[in-house]
Design a protein around this ligand. Sequence first.
Ligand code: TYD
Length: 136
Amino acid sequence: MTPPLIQLVDIPQRGDARGGLSVVELGGALPFPVRRVYWIHGTAPGVSRGFHAHKQLRQLCVCVAGSVRLSLFDGRREESVVLDSNSQGLLIGPGLWREMHDFSPGSVLMVFADAEYDEADYIRSKEAFIESTHAG
Ligand code: TYD
């Protein structure tokens, strides 16, 4: 059986009557130590982002406000998921072409990554990505 491309992890919720509190920590929702966090916010209407793969990088994506649709493609199969919850994160390993679509107004997509930014880790051409998945 082929494993699903979409790997969701549960994010523990520690909220109470005062409001929500979501926890992402190593050994909990996070299978790797975090070296970088960034978030995508204020996305203009109709904008799609991503359109790249990473050679090594591992990421956990959490839509902490609003919603976004994220699609993953491994060179053969494409699967997509709508992220719209603080209690669920999407793990994205290396070798997956990702696209982000349908950002809702005011949405915030937080990304935890296991390495610092490195442009050399990106594959930004879909053709080159597909070729890399057929190599070896
Ligand atoms: P990029 O990863 O291409 O955005 P997306 O895939 O979400 O559309 O990043 C956009 C720009 O920001 C690009 O010039 C690289 C820069 N950037 C950094 O400098 N550091 C970072 O951690 C990230 C994610 C991007």
